[in-house]
Design a protein around this ligand. Structure first.
Ligand code: AMP
Length: 272
């Protein structure tokens, strides 16, 4: 229900077919896929519900914070997610305006035609609209040429600081894992020192095994995780056909998962 290309039920079916024993669903800034995912679940696979919360540091660095196992009725967290989603709309208008000024013909209607009902709007939908209009031939090409974080067409949107997002997740009883923190090819990344304030806010884990980290970045993150006794996770960041990432190309060790789950205030893994 954000920028992946599978529906929640398709994702569940593919994960079950791939033999995955425990799957996390983390759409960008929304929990609107939770219900459909639960409905599609069959015995044999456990489901961890969550969201990937867009954040920005005070220095303007983009961070994705995974919130897992939180209470879906927590008003403060839901309100914050809604605020971000709303701001993504005006942000899209501003990106489109810049593209139009440069002579690239695309409209907000073209972009909205790429979005399923209730889904979080993002640059990948703009990429899909640019493909449909014949401006580029893939999401990858759209990002490389026009939509990457350093592009002159880039516009950011409102998002909480990572510390604020962690506090919201923790207050909602969930656990907070920072996603791909050293994915340096995406843009500016945080320093090892920045983890101190994230840990003070309540950070529970670090996503280490991710295709956008090289071996030395993984080694550095492992040192950070050990020094703060954080859980270490791996994840595919699977987006259907929207990215090359394959389901379960990275996984989380059972012991690490148990460590993470024990830090939530309730047992919320969904099991049929
Ligand atoms: P946004 O949330 O609108 O800032 O867009 C960020 C999303 O774009 C991320 O979740 C990525 O999944 C996606 N993205 C970034 N770079 C690429 C790329 N080269 N190809 C496909 N998707 C990408």
């Amino acid at each position: 229900m954000s920028d992946g290309t599978d529906s929640p039920s398709e994702l569940i079916r593919k994960a079950e077919a791939a033999g995955i024993s425990l799957l996390a669903l983390t759409d960008h800034d929304t929990i609107s896929g939770w219900q459909a995912a639960c409905a599609a679940l069959t015995p044999g696979m456990d489901l961890v519900l969550g969201a990937e919360i867009s954040c920005q540091t005070e220095a303007g660095i983009s961070i994705h914070m995974l919130g897992l196992l939180f209470d879906p009725e927590n008003e403060a967290l839901l309100t914050e997610l809604a605020k971000t989603r709303e701001n993504r709309l005006t942000r899209m208008d501003r990106i489109i305006e810049k593209l139009n000024v440069a002579g690239i013909e695309i409209s907000i209607e073209d972009v909205m035609a790429q979005l399923s009902d209730g889904a979080t709007l993002g640059r990948p939908h703009l990429a899909d609209a640019l493909i449909a209009k014949g401006h580029v031939d893939s999401r990858e090409a759209a990002f490389t040429a026009l939509l990457h974080n350093g592009s002159k067409y880039y516009v950011s949107h409102y998002s909480p600081t990572p510390e604020a997002a962690i506090r919201l997740i923790k207050a909602a009883g969930g656990v907070a894992v920072i996603a791909h923190p050293y994915a340096s090819q995406r843009g500016k990344i945080i320093t090892a020192e920045s983890f101190t304030s994230l840990v003070e806010a309540g950070l529970d884990g670090i996503e280490v095994d991710h295709r956008d980290h090289n071996e030395s970045e993984k080694a550095s993150l492992l040192r950070v995780a050990y020094s703060y006794d954080l859980a270490i996770t791996g994840a595919s960041d699977y987006h259907g056909s929207g990215k090359v990432n394959q389901l379960a190309e990275n996984t989380t060790a059972l012991m690490q998962w148990e460590k993470l789950e024990s830090r939530a205030n309730n047992r919320r893994v969904v099991r049929k």
